[in-house]
Design a protein around this ligand. Structure first.
Ligand code: GDP
Ligand code: MG
Length: 293
């Protein structure tokens, strides 16, 4: 009998959830960035072995809701907790023992699924600090999502908690999101890499056209920002920045798709989109249900 089910990664922004997801799946599915809040929606990856199939959900950081975008992110994360068969609570080891998940996430009650605590970025601690931390947090796993250290033991424990079940997806599938979604995420990631300060949180990407079936694959994408001043920053001097973003993003898209790509990249303003539910829906964000308020 095989096992199959959902492992949900949860933790504060920047703890390393996306890096761990990519490590578990063995392929880059989720964008990672030193800037917090780079993962806005749920990215699902699938790891299949002979014995189990683990569907891994990455969550946006559990934030205190202050504006529409963050409320949407929190709603997504809470739903992922409810859907979980096992929860991997990932924290930055350098911050010391983390508060219990229910406290950190201000949950009314602890989640139903078992919670495994992963103290990530162990590569940044010396052995003495790492031992002391583990002594303070019995049952926790010290891991490095970046190097892979400790990840196998964590994943084996998580897999053991999955319910007995036939596989839910074909064994050779690694993701459940359409390629368009990843393409938009890669373009957004590339824009984030080349920006600083205020702009990153205002960046969204939409694929307007994705024409396969001939080479190069034609992709028309729009990077949306919230204000004209941000648009000018993205365009850069005589278009130099958007050209550079387009060039770097095209290389990533070619790797994703495995074919030459023509990327037609535009930058447009959608005023204050983060505060507008209609815009959030359009970019595919999950909006909060009444139970998440
Ligand atoms: P998320 O916001 O929780 O999804 O975090 P990310 O996966 O995007 O990672 C945030 C930052 O921490 C990125 O710069 C990662 O490269 C870095 N990071 C993630 N895991 C590790 C790790 O194990 N060791 C170190 N040194 N850095 C890590
Ligand atoms: Mg992330």
């Amino acid at each position: 009998m095989t096992k199959a089910g959902i492992a949900t990664l949860v933790g504060r922004p920047n703890a390393g959830k996306s890096t761990l997801l990519n490590r578990i799946i063995g392929q880059k599915l989720s964008i990672t960035s030193p800037k917090p809040q780079s993962t806005r929606d749920r990215v699902v990856g699938i790891r299949s072995t002979d014995d189990y199939q683990m569907i891994v959900a990455d969550t946006p950081g559990l934030l205190v809701p202050t504006y529409a975008l963050q409320r949407s992110m929190r709603a997504t994360a809470l739903q992922a907790l409810r859907d979980a068969d096992v929860i991997i609570y990932i924290a930055d080891a350098s911050d010391g023992p983390p508060p219990p998940l229910a406290v950190a996430a201000s949950l009314a009650q602890p989640p139903a699924a078992p919670v495994l605590l992963a103290l990530n970025k162990a590569d940044l601690l010396d052995a003495r600090r790492s031992d002391a931390l583990l002594a303070d947090t019995p049952g926790a796993y010290a891991i490095s999502a970046l190097t892979g250290f400790g990840v196998d033991a964590l994943v084996a424990d998580a897999a053991a908690r999955l319910p007995d079940s036939p596989f839910l997806y074909p064994a050779d599938e690694i993701g459940t999101q359409p390629v368009r979604f990843f393409a938009a995420e890669l373009i957004r990631e590339t824009a984030l890499e080349q920006l600083s300060d205020e702009v990153p949180y205002s960046v969204a990407c939409e694929i307007e056209e994705f024409r396969e079936g001939r080479v190069p694959v034609y992709i028309r994408a729009v990077i949306y920002v919230e204000r004209e001043s941000q648009r000018r920053i993205l365009i850069g001097n005589k278009g130099s920045r958007v050209r550079e973003i387009g060039r770097a993003a095209r290389l990533k898209l070619e790797e994703l798709i495995g074919s030459a790509v023509y990327l037609d990249l535009w930058v447009k303003v959608l005023e204050n989109w983060r505060r507008k539910e209609s815009a959030l829906r359009r970019f595919g964000f999950t909006l909060p249900g009444s139970s998440d308020r």
